[in-house]
Ligand binder design. Sequence first.
Ligand SMILES: Cc1cc2nc3c(=O)[nH]c(=O)nc-3n(C[C@H](O)[C@H](O)[C@H](O)COP(=O)(O)OP(=O)(O)OC[C@H]3O[C@@H](n4cnc5c(N)ncnc54)[C@H](O)[C@@H]3O)c2cc1C
Length: 480
Amino acid sequence: MSISIILFHNNLRLHDNAALTAARETGGVVLPVFILDENLGRPLGAASRWWLHHSLACLDESLREIGSPLTLLRGDALKCLKALVDETGASQIFLHHGYDAGVQLFEEDLNHWAVECDVQVHRFGGHVLFPPEVIRTKQGKPYTVFSPYWRECLNHPERGSPLSAPTELRAPNKAPNSLALEELDLLPKGVDWTGGLADSFVPGEKSALKGLTDFMSEGLLGYKAQRDRPDMVQATSRMSPHLRFGEISPRAIWTHVHHAMDANPALQTDGDHFLREIGWRDFSYHLLHHFPTLPRDPLRPAFAKFPWREDDFSSLAAWQKGMTGFPIVDAGMRQLWQTGWMHNRVRMIVASFLVKELLIHWHEGEAWFWDTLIDADPASNTASWQWVAGCGADAAPYFRIFNPVLQGEKFDPEGTYVRDYVPELRELPKKFVHHPWDAPADVLESAGLRLGETYPNPIVDRKLARARALEAFEQIKAQK
Ligand SMILES: Cc1cc2nc3c(=O)[nH]c(=O)nc-3n(C[C@H](O)[C@H](O)[C@H](O)COP(=O)(O)OP(=O)(O)OC[C@H]3O[C@@H](n4cnc5c(N)ncnc54)[C@H](O)[C@@H]3O)c2cc1C
């Protein structure tokens, strides 16, 4: 009987998993495998490692339910696979295609080796809705502006229906050697800082599917108007970590949303807008695929000479800890630290603050997000940082500098979000919650707030910072 390996990577699900379905359809033994290769692409950040640990536990549980548990290996992915093929006599390998540089190199090496060893390799899509290699301008070039990109995507034929999860897999008579999940060392050693993450999110496919159903019934209506409100917890789907690890397929989301819109035309505008956001995720992969140096190099070459400030790390550290003295920035950075996630509007505000007000290189912010976000994504994180920094595709113009006070007042009008994450400001009246430095002494006193002691004074003078940022921008404009 034939033995097939299904290699899990960023597709930690049973539903709509083309590689798994195809492996099962061979009719032979199916061996589900996950290999942790720390050198395959960028090493995962600490929050992502926590997520991955729990996601693998869920995947293993689901696979056991249908008959063939997950084999866990650690080390050089190709060497591990070769050894596994030798051990089991597997003749076919099924996997999903990845887009980051490390994974693509692995796929190339795998193909070369497989040809030599007479092992068949089958690769499938599914991580994005619209494969980046398919979407092109009329001139055959990649898109660098989102709106025409998305219009072109929507012209593309139907994606087909999501595949059902298999209900049964044939396991080998003798299970191959596998590590225990703990042996992957994904959880933090020493102090366990993950309590806030576990309180806020439940990793795994079942949680992803439930989260989507809940959002469809409670959050989709009104999404377009409310998605910028960090104080409204249900206003966005919080699907990002599930999508990041492939616990849900974008195609399943697409199909659910379309069914909901067909059943209830009142959802049309919100549904379209929600899918457009999923489109931004696809667009990030489009950029990463066509511009593989995206994680390092600015898409606008002039920005390579941008005069970033050499920081003594004190303002970077204040930003990381949520101690800048700007309430909405601090709330966002503390939400990130406590829960491993941050609302999109606030991501834009804190990122803009770092690269414009503090004039610190976007690489620093991107690296911090990479380490602390549970949804840290090789494409969306870098593309979004480049977007905010003004050096990316279709970027926010550099001279447009978010005002954290006005942004706070507009998108957190009651100050609920700030009060949730910055308890020092909890007693401040709404009028001053986004700019405590303007509060009269008696108001500060009755709120129990001593600026510079219980909560920091602003670490920059915004007027000067703005002038400094614009001057820096003028310098690269002049060079251009
Ligand atoms: C500086 C910065 C860094 C970011 N880093 C990441 C990252 O590492 N990983 C990540 O998944 N997203 C990232 N984003 C995009 C966005 O903030 C998150 O996807 C979103 O906040 C996730 O929340 P949600 O699932 O509730 O979003 P929803 O509003 O419910 O959107 C649904 C899905 O669409 C996708 N999406 C939404 N907005 C964007 C966007 N602007 N760009 C790309 N995809 C989007 C996500 O997959 C999201 O889950 C970043 C944004 C900024 C400004």
